[in-house]
Design a protein around this ligand. Structure first.
Ligand SMILES: [Zn+2]
Length: 305
């Protein structure tokens, strides 16, 4: 049992590092040739004009980037770390000579919106209003204030570029209070940001949903937010982190999340207290390693409601 607890605490430390470890995370990672190949831009099969610049896990490779290439310029969704600008622009230049004109953010975290500021001289950076709020409010690791989007929206907005519409939808609370999913209706493809992540990290640990309470995230509404996502018309999904997937995997993730919140809620209803909640919660079948403090954070959220 001690070994298991140590493993969970270890994963917790990794999670904290991933979201709040400025110094290490802002250093450039060194990748093997095989990893560099995995990170290379590629066209999404059957999706005209749409490319993926992958981040293969939740760690040093940053989040996934979607790239729409049109005759009137390029739109990208997310932009990895503060040091990723050169790599992103170089890779995009291998598939088009069109300029990058729009940068959309799925949320404010530094592994998704870290190089906003570098794009600003030449592109419009657009995000949910709470992306701007969170970036300006946070000092240091989890956001860079100078990269706060200058164009914001509350519920939904669209960019029309080269005859193609791109929609940004804020569907409710989840990973943060400023999450957007970016829908490419013509390509029936959506970039979900970290509302939906999938797969394993390079160290073998599984990526579990992270509720960023400091930036308005919530477990209570996350399933409802995913239900709204599932109402959109798409067949292909770019998760915040992980491989290109289908709508079916979003449904699986949604059902697992429903199990998580219903089991925590059930234990609270049974009178299990805060100190015991992590030990009492059995979610081994979900394969989402959640550190005790993260289970307690959900407990705290539900106890406030
Ligand atoms: Zn995130």
């Amino acid at each position: 049992m001690k070994i298991i607890i140590r493993a969970i605490v270890g994963i917790s430390a990794v999670s904290v590092f991933l979201y709040f470890g400025l110094t290490s995370a802002q250093q450039r990672a060194t990748f093997t040739p095989e990893q560099l190949e995995m990170l290379r831009i590629r066209q999404i099969p059957g999706k005209e004009g749409l490319y993926l610049m992958p981040g293969f896990d939740g760690s040093m490779s940053g989040g996934n980037i979607a790239i729409l290439v049109t005759e009137d310029g390029v739109l990208i969704v997310d932009n990895k770390y503060s040091y990723s600008y050169d790599d992103i622009t170089r890779q995009i230049s291998t598939v088009t000579s069109q300029p990058i004109r729009y940068v959309l953010n799925t949320h404010h975290h530094f592994d998704h919106a870290g190089s906003n500021a570098s794009f600003m001289p030449n592109a419009q950076v657009i995000g949910h209003e709470n992306v701007r709020v969170n970036m300006l409010r946070n000092f240091g690791p989890s956001a860079s204030p100078e990269g706060a989007p200058k164009i914001t929206y509350s519920d939904q907005t669209s960019v029309h570029l080269g005859g193609v519409e791109v929609q940004a939808h804020h569907l409710g609370c989840g990973h943060t209070n400023g999450d957007s999913v970016i829908l490419f209706p013509s390509q029936r493809t959506v970039h979900t940001g970290d509302l939906f992540i999938w797969g394993d990290r390079m160290d073998g640990s599984t990526m579990a949903p992270f509720i960023d309470y400091y930036n308005g995230g919530c477990a209570s509404d996350w399933v409802t937010t995913l239900d709204r996502l599932l109402e959109l018309d798409f067949d292909t999904v770019i998760p915040g982190h992980g491989p290109l997937l289908r709508k079916a995997e979003v449904r699986i993730f949604r059902d697992k999340f429903e199990q998580l919140v219903s089991r925590v809620g059930g234990l609270i209803a049974d009178g299990v207290d805060r100190d015991e909640i992590a030990a009492q919660l059995d979610i081994s079948d979900l394969n989402w390693p959640l550190a005790p403090d993260r289970v307690q954070a959900i407990y705290d959220e539900f106890s406030r409601n």
